[in-house]
Design a protein around this ligand. Structure first.
Ligand SMILES: [Mn+2]
Length: 269
């Protein structure tokens, strides 16, 4: 047995500190990825409960057909897993992704999540951090940007949501097939964020720190704006139903430090 007596040295090491906030995105939860779902639930029962705040930065779900879709058994399980996090006292925040932007107040109520606008400026560990899903900054993909502005219009959403759930799911299925076909023909670069769109987002939010997802290109980027150093973290997407498994999250601590973790809990440097 190890000596359980805490010492000053161990209690001050970063590895043992509880994070102020954890950020995660692009889990793309759906029934066909059971191991990913299991790993995400394990994350919610484990690391997430250590944090004061959990930020879901978009595309938690592979798709969301409207809040009546919460009755689907799989979605119900996800909502209940999130509810356990908020019931345990963790503040849960949500930014919509390009696949689950139809999440609404019913989902928020069921899970205890607070729906945030994109972008949102949070203050964590004394630092201001701009949070975004990231799809709105992929401005080189003009076809996607046109689609995005259409489906984000309240009138489009109203008429879409007025259709029966089964019909909406069929339409989304068609859109996903189309989008997969289109992505195959698009050069990889246009599916990344645009540098000017990122600079504009830093300018508009007045921050020098940003966390987003969407591109599935996990990284820590430094952007220099005159004397100012701007740091941008990109979250990984999750897929634990393939080898090697992918996924992970970003933790931010009370002193403002930031660490990136892989889905198995090891730190990325
Ligand atoms: Mn996305």
């Amino acid at each position: 047995m190890h000596n359980q007596r805490p010492t000053k040295r161990t209690s001050s090491t970063t590895a043992q500190r509880a994070p102020e906030a954890i950020f995660v995105s692009d889990i793309h939860l759906t029934e066909s990825i059971p191991r990913t779902t299991q790993m995400f639930f394990a994350f919610l029962r484990g690391q997430a409960l250590q944090a004061r705040q959990l930020f879901l930065l978009g595309d938690l779900f592979e798709y969301w057909a409207g809040d009546d879709d919460i009755a689907t058994p799989f979605n119900r399980r996800v909502a209940e897993a999130l509810r356990q996090v908020t019931d345990a006292g963790v503040a849960l925040f949500w930014i919509a992704g390009n696949r689950d932007f139809l999440i609404g107040e019913k989902f928020a109520h069921a899970t205890g999540a607070m729906l945030l606008p994109d972008p949102f400026i949070a203050t964590i560990g004394g630092r201001q951090v701009a949070l975004s899903h990231g799809d709105a900054q992929c401005t080189d993909d003009t076809a996607y940007m046109a689609f995005r502005s259409q489906v984000r219009e309240p009138r489009w959403q109203q008429s879409f949501l007025a259709q029966p759930l089964a019909q909406r799911k069929k339409i989304i299925e068609g859109m996903r097939t189309q989008s997969q076909d289109a992505q195959r023909d698009k050069p990889a670069d246009i599916m990344d964020v645009n540098a000017e769109a990122i600079a504009s987002l830093f300018d508009a939010t007045g921050t020098s720190l940003m966390i987003h997802g969407h591109t599935h290109r996990p990284a820590r980027h430094e952007h220099h704006n005159g004397e100012e150093k701007r740091v941008r973290y990109v979250l990984p997407d999750w897929d634990c139903d393939v080898v090697p498994e992918r996924g992970g999250w970003i933790s931010m601590y009370a002193d403002g430090t930031i660490k990136r973790f892989q889905v198995d809990g090891t730190e990325t440097n």
